[in-house]
Ligand binder design. Structure first.
Ligand code: NAD
Ligand code: TDX
Length: 332
């Protein structure tokens, strides 16, 4: 049996990771540590509730983290404040959770000699020109743009320093934009899909020319398991499907899949400092660990995700009004 502590396991990617682990790795005993912020929901874990242990707590609570880490073999660290727009409005929780929380986990894994995998993002590298073939690699210099990405960059740096200075057994991964079930309605795809399902118009920031690389959450989580099994300690792995689309094009596909006219959306004010393009070169994880996305093209995964939102209004509807009220305050 491998005892696994999953931080942020009630959030979007963490909950999908817990489902994936329970289904595909029955030799793992999963403990979830989650503070249940506005972004976390126990209902996301309902289908596996009797197969895991859930601890309601904060990753900055050092005594609690110490006790849980002492009782585990491996920590998979997803917990974070994750939304760029929120970080622009109020950066403080990002500093607390993403920096101090990661520090708290690092100190516990250092004390107890435990294995850690740290989940990060392509946003730490800043952005790329829209019309270029350039890609981020594992050696691209960090150049974050938002308070969110700056704190994620800082958390990656802490992990690397703890590996080098204290010999902590950690790996890191930086994944591109994820999509799939259980994603909060503040994020691009769920926001637009649920708007259409409620008869409201989707909202595109600026001209919609910004490009993202869309990776299905199950492909991300498969990559994390590969790294846990065969990744080299101290190494970073970039993860990405290769499917890059402008926001305008992706919205066009969402409208098409929902049988809406192509022009049925509103332009709203742009995000300050809006990163132009992200694109990960994932050659290393593909060649070293044999990772390959099931959803190389997001069309089928997106169609399935739309169906999930159509059939699970009970899950997302309670969050929708408050989320749109926050956007209204931001003028978006
Ligand atoms: P999310 O916002 O959906 O979930 C975050 C979870 O962490 C929530 O359940 C929340 O309650 C919990 N949490 C927040 N602060 C906490 C604290 N102080 N203590 C304990 N739990 C706390 O985020 P997500 O989209 O699932 O992202 C998960 C991780 O993946 C993050 O580290 C994020 O930076 C990274 N990431 C996300 C994407 C993406 O497209 N969503 C892409 C690449 C990397
Ligand atoms: O209503 C919207 N309209 C719009 O045009 C929203 C919510 C977003 N956008 C744009 C902004 C981005 O260019 O869509 C793109 C995607 O936006 P988000 O879903 O907010 O994602 P992004 O800012 O790219 O960051 C995501 O990917 C990397 C995650 O939220 C991060 O946690 C992850 O690190």
């Amino acid at each position: 049996m491998t005892r696994m502590l999953v931080t942020g396991g009630a959030g979007f990617i963490g909950a999908n990771f817990v489902h994936h682990t329970v289904q595909n790795h029955p030799d793992h005993e999963v403990v979830v540590l989650d503070a249940l912020t506005y972004a976390g929901s126990r209902t996301s874990l309902a289908p596996v509730a009797d197969r895991i242990r859930f601890v309601h707590g904060d990753i900055t609570d050092a005594p609690l983290v110490d006790q849980l880490v002492a009782e585990t073999d491996v920590v998979v660290h997803f917990a974070a404040e994750s939304h760029v727009d929120n970080s622009l409005h109020d950066p403080e929780p990002f500093l607390r959770t993403n920096l101090f929380g990661t520090y708290t986990i690092l100190e516990a894994v250092r004390r107890h000699g435990r294995r850690l995998h740290h989940i990060s993002t392509d946003e730490v590298f800043g952005d790329l020109p829209i019309d270029s073939a350039e890609k981020f690699t594992e050696t691209t210099a960090y150049d974050p743009s938002s308070p969110y990405s700056a704190t994620k960059a800082g958390s990656d740096m802490l992990v690397r320093a703890w590996v080098r200075s204290y010999g902590v057994q950690a790996t890191l991964s930086n994944c591109a934009n994820n999509y799939g079930p259980y994603q909060h309605v503040e994020k691009f795809i769920p926001r637009q899909v649920t708007n259409v399902l409620l008869g409201q118009r989707p909202k595109l920031y600026g001209a919609g020319v910004n490009v993202r690389e869309w990776t299905h959450v199950d492909d991300h989580n498969e990559a994390v398991h590969l790294i846990l099994r065969s990744g080299r300690v101290g190494e970073t792995y970039l993860i990405g499907s290769g499917d890059e689309r402008s926001n305008r094009d992706l919205l066009g596909l969402i409208l098409e899949l929902l049988d809406q006219p192509a022009g049925a959306f509103d332009h709203v004010s742009d995000r300050p400092g809006h990163d132009l393009r992200y694109s990960n070169d994932s050659t290393k994880i593909r060649t070293e660990l044999g990772w390959q996305p099931t959803y190389g093209d997001c069309r089928s995964g997106l169609a399935a995700t739309i169906e999930w939102y159509r059939h699970n209004e009970w899950w997302w509807k309670p969050q929708k009004d408050a989320t749109e009220a926050r956007y209204q305050q931001l003028g978006r």
